[in-house]
Design a protein around this ligand. Structure first.
Ligand code: AMP
Ligand code: GLY
Length: 441
């Protein structure tokens, strides 16, 4: 099989790494790929950006691609799956209409309200004055969200009502978030630890991956600014088997049922970002693809063939494959450029990746490129160093022994990935179905 993978970050290196182990793979093209995918066996980078949908369709036709896999959300939300399907090409991921679960937080919230999927109460506005009138009725400071894709920057968790009003003004009046902020959600602030539950979906059924937690803040102890993710671990000790069943029964399956009933069956990876509140799990957001850096801990635990699994999803035949996951833990530590998540320098030489891999770690490249045989930094997040072991604690130890062998000028990383932080609220792993969310406007 010839496979085309779209994207060029750490998630895509991890997907490429797993695809390259598939017995049915002949050749893998990655568009645009990075310095890590360039070095994988049977793998070749292609100079096409993930957003160039027409060029990707033309490439897939010309190179007789049997399967295309999409890493990032932007091309999915822009309709890459529809474009490939219209050209008669096989592709894994949700259609543009289905990808609205991530692409439009307004769509997603209203969908959850229609199908009683547990989520925070919210109201949706595109008119500033109406939003302000609503804000005055609240007795608690809300969370403000831009509805559209905002590269992880569209959620503001203010501490005062004035700051919340400023966030709404920045979105609706000052257009500081562009089109993404033309519609806003004003949402009830929830409390509790966060977990990610991802599932492969075939339009009707899903098969859940091991649970994961990511660390979004830049600094140890969950301090500092939000980032794309500084590390992740799997499994999450916060999710008991009973709680996972509850999440499947109250969140994932109703989402698949609802989407199918609305004529938009969901095929692809569905990622539920959940908060475990004292009242039970609540959906904070849906993503329409694998997480970054969650993929760097999840795919190393997948024993089964990924190509077979993706094909079963596309064929609506998940009942015929039972993916096998290693009963192990995995930790990934992101090494980032100095200055990230703001301005950073690129082109710095990276040393020690082979030494780190010699310790048993897998080093996934996020922002790297090869130039004249030298490996250089080329992004904010540069590498994700993953290790597996029987427990999260042991996996973290191994990952850090790999990290310590890698050097580039200004490298920054967190020292506490895989260390569960004390939950802000005691969670209750309940067996009861989560309560019906209160109706919203
Ligand atoms: P999202 O992109 O929707 O996952 O939001 C980004 C982050 O904002 C989440 O990981 C949470 O930490 C926080 N967040 C989102 N929604 C809420 C909420 N309703 N209450 C409290 N925190 C939230
Ligand atoms: N790790 C969060 C995300 O992929 O959106």
């Amino acid at each position: 099989m010839n496979v085309l993978l779209v994207g060029g970050g750490g998630r895509e290196h991890a997907i490429a790494h797993k695809l390259s182990q598939s017995p049915s793979l002949d050749h893998l093209y990655v568009a645009p790929g990075n310095g890590g995918t360039a070095r994988l066996p049977k793998c070749e980078n292609v100079v096409i950006e993930a957003g160039q949908i027409d060029a990707l369709v033309a490439f897939a036709r010309k190179h007789i691609i049997d399967l295309t896999v999409v890493g990032p959300e932007a091309p999915l939300v822009a309709g890459i799956v529809d474009a490939f399907q219209a050209a008669g090409l096989r592709i894994f991921g949700p259609t543009r209409a289905a990808a609205q679960l991530e692409g439009s937080k307004a769509f997603s919230k209203q969908f959850m309200q229609r199908w009683n999927i547990p989520t925070g109460r919210a109201a949706i506005f595109d008119d500033f004055d109406a939003a302000m009138r609503y804000m005055r009725t609240l007795d608690q400071v809300p969370v403000v969200k831009a509805s559209g894709l905002a590269a992880g920057k569209g959620v503001i968790v203010p501490s005062t009502i004035e700051a919340a009003a400023n966030a709404v003004r920045a979105m609706l009046l000052d257009q500081r978030f562009g089109e993404a902020g033309a519609t806003v959600l004003i949402e009830e602030k929830l409390r509790g630890p966060e977990v990610s539950v991802l599932a492969f979906c075939d339009g009707r059924r899903c098969t859940i991956m091991p649970t994961a937690q990511d660390h979004k803040r830049l600094l140890d102890g969950d301090r500092g600014p939000n980032t794309g993710g500084m590390g992740a671990f799997s499994p999450s000790a916060l999710v008991t088997p009973e709680l996972l069943q509850e999440i499947e029964r109250t969140v994932l399956q109703p989402t698949l049922d609802g989407m199918a009933a609305e004529g938009v069956p969901y095929v692809g990876v569905l990622y539920a970002g959940l908060m475990l509140t004292a009242q039970g799990p609540r959906v904070l957001e849906f993503n329409c693809r694998l997480g970054d850096p969650e993929t760097q801990v999840l795919l190393p635990l997948l024993e089964s063939d990924l190509i077979e699994l993706l094909n079963a999803c596309i064929d609506g035949a998940l009942d015929r494959v039972q993916p096998i996951w290693r009963k192990e833990a995995a930790v990934t530590v992101v090494m980032a450029s100095e200055g990230y998540p703001d301005e950073y320098r690129s082109g710095l030489e990276i040393f020690g990746v082979d030494d780190a891999e010699a310790t048993g770690c897998t080093v996934y490249h996020a922002g790297t490129r090869l130039k004249d045989g030298r490996l250089l930094t080329s992004g904010g997040r540069v590498l994700a160093v993953t290790a597996t072991a029987p427990t999260v604690e042991q996996a973290a130890k191994r990952a850090y022994s790999g990290v310590q062998r890698i050097r580039f000028a200004g490298a920054q990383y967190r020292r506490d990935i895989g260390v569960a932080l004390p939950p802000r609220t005691q969670t209750r792993p309940s067996r009861k179905p989560a309560s019906r969310p209160r109706p919203t406007r």
